[in-house]
Design a protein around this ligand. Structure first.
Ligand code: SF4
Length: 221
């Protein structure tokens, strides 16, 4: 048993060691779509995705980015006496809009008091080369983590799996940002051996954080 009595290294402790104090994520809902939701997309909607793009429902989702951050940051600060925050761009695919939009969003977030960095949720096949310099440049001055919704290393769509590996390598080599991976367990036909092999694969990759979700199907056609 290690890590505050847990058998895994909690991200709260990872952040505490990185920043020297407890850090809280302020999630915002800014991106409004993803490649699967485009009119001519041949990809179906992910069966676990809700109408808010796999984000927690936000009462403030219609407000500006600045207002969402301030409202949510201040609520957390009051509740937990928190002093240090990361802005979590959670909903949909946050690298699907243009680079200039993303840069403006980073500028707004990082100009606010007590915001130490950003966490950007996206998907491995939506990391165009043009976005890498912005991630690197932001990482040079602030903390940046990119969280990739990989879901499974045993996805039978090998193209998607290959893009997962490529995205991790690309981010690692060209930007230096921290990398988080979202994995989903409970997929039909999944075996215990696949879970073990997933952990082994992850140990070989430059991944800083892994988020495990159980498969939760909201509805089926
Ligand atoms: S999970 Fe992400 S990629 Fe899939 S439908 Fe939802 S927003 Fe789109």
């Amino acid at each position: 048993m290690r890590w505050e009595g847990k058998r895994y290294y909690p991200i709260s402790q990872f952040y505490k060691q990185r920043f020297g104090e407890k850090v809280y994520k302020v999630s915002v809902s800014i991106a409004e779509t993803c490649p699967n939701r485009q009119p001519n997309s041949r990809m179906p909607l992910c069966i676990f995705c809700d109408e808010w793009g796999s984000a927690a429902y936000h009462l403030e989702q219609d407000k500006s980015l600045q207002d969402q951050i301030i409202i949510n940051r201040d609520k957390i600060a009051k509740r937990y006496r928190a002093k240090s925050f990361l802005v979590y761009f959670q909903s949909y695919t946050n690298t699907f809009d243009g680079v200039s939009e993303l840069e403006q969003r980073f500028d707004i977030a990082l100009a606010l008091d007590n915001i130490n960095g950003v966490v950007l949720g996206t998907r491995p096949d939506c990391l165009p080369k043009r976005i890498l310099p912005l991630l690197k440049q932001t990482h040079d001055t602030h903390y940046v983590m990119v969280e990739l919704g990989l879901q499974s290393f045993f996805d039978h769509h090998l193209d998607f799996l290959q893009r997962g590996y490529e995205a991790i390598e690309k981010l690692h080599q060209h930007t230096g940002v921290d990398i988080g991976i979202h994995l989903m367990f409970g997929l039909p036909g999944e075996t215990d051996q696949e879970l073990i092999e997933t952990a082994q694969i992850l140990n070989e990759l430059p991944v800083n954080n892994v988020k495990l979700n159980n498969l939760h199907v909201l509805s089926t056609p």
